[in-house]
Design a protein around this ligand. Structure first.
Ligand code: DGL
Length: 296
């Protein structure tokens, strides 16, 4: 299917008022929602967290692509003007495939944060932290080099960060400190001036990472980077929301809505409201609609 901006007639309401849909494997994408709320406060947001299947970071490209496809099938029912794949693992492994299958724009987080990292480094040395799958894909390294070919990119996967964050461990937790030391001491020795947090969950550990790397290192999170690009894209298409009031955030998860609510407040920095549990049936063919069962 050809990707592009849908025609105005594709919407049952004014397309400017259509929501922005954001998805992630779990809670972490709320850091992207937070950045969107700061930059685009009028927009209505639909958030989907695949809490039943998190983490994605140790899964194969085929599985991650299938999950992303199922989520997009669910999200297009809301007639969003754009879908943000907030998950770095999805962005690194599945983006070209899912983009080719849906008719609305789907943006990932790799390109925008890679550009920021390339522009920010003075030493031409960037450290990328991510899940095992993201690091193995080499997507960040390729994207950074595409913007600045001479930059040296060092990478480190940090698989324990995601469960620590999903468990609600705070940044001054002794296990967090030890894990950081274990994964990142060799990277710190190389003295990069830019560290790219290539996973939605890592900005939650920002204070601990800041302590670890020191005040002179630039930490780049995907949330702010992608929010900036989405603002630009919507502006160019005249699709920015024009309402007067602050937009809403409606969250859907595949498991444990209560747990998502209580931990999510920390990620989002504001009360998260009612979270709805959604079960998404696998997409099985172009003529068979996906079944959506949503229960409060
Ligand atoms: N949300 C994923 C990402 O940004 C990390 C969590 C996971 O492994 O599912 O890569």
């Amino acid at each position: 299917m050809q990707q592009g901006w849908p025609s105005l007639s594709a919407y049952s309401t004014f397309p400017q008022q259509a929501p922005i849909a954001v998805f992630d494997s779990g809670l972490g994408g709320l850091t992207v929602v937070q950045a969107l709320r700061r930059l685009l406060p009028l927009e209505n947001l639909i958030y989907f967290g695949d809490t039943a299947r998190v983490p994605y970071g140790g899964k194969s490209a085929d599985t991650v692509t299938r999950f992303a496809r199922e989520i997009c099938e669910f999200l297009i029912r809301f007639e969003p003007k754009i879908i943000i794949a907030a998950c770095n693992t999805v962005s690194a492994l599945a983006l070209p495939t899912i983009r080719s299958e849906f008719s609305i724009p789907i943006v990932g987080v790799v390109q925008s944060s890679a550009l920021r990292a390339a522009l920010a480094t003075r030493k031409e040395l960037v450290a990328v932290l991510g899940t095992e799958a993201t690091i193995a894909s080499g997507a960040f390294e390729r994207a950074i080099r595409q913007f600045k070919p001479h930059v040296r990119v060092v990478q480190q996967s940090c698989p324990l960060f995601v469960p620590l964050v999903e468990e609600g461990r705070s940044t001054d937790d002794v296990i967090v400190r030890l894990t950081l030391e274990d994964y990142l001491a060799p990277i710190r020795q190389l003295q990069p001036d830019v560290v790219l947090l290539g996973c939605t969950h890592y900005p939650i550990l920002h204070p601990a990472l800041r302590n670890f790397f020191g005040p002179d290192v630039t930490l780049i999170s995907s949330g702010e980077a992608v929010a900036g690009s989405v603002q630009q894209m919507l502006q160019q298409q005249n699709l920015l929301c024009t309402s007067r009031g602050r937009g809403t955030v409606q969250c859907y998860v595949t498991d444990f809505p209560q747990r998502f609510s209580s931990l999510g407040n920390r990620f989002l920095g504001e009360p998260i409201g009612n979270v709805i549990r959604a079960s998404i049936e696998p997409w099985i063919g172009p003529t068979t609609p996906t079944t959506i069962a949503a229960t409060a």
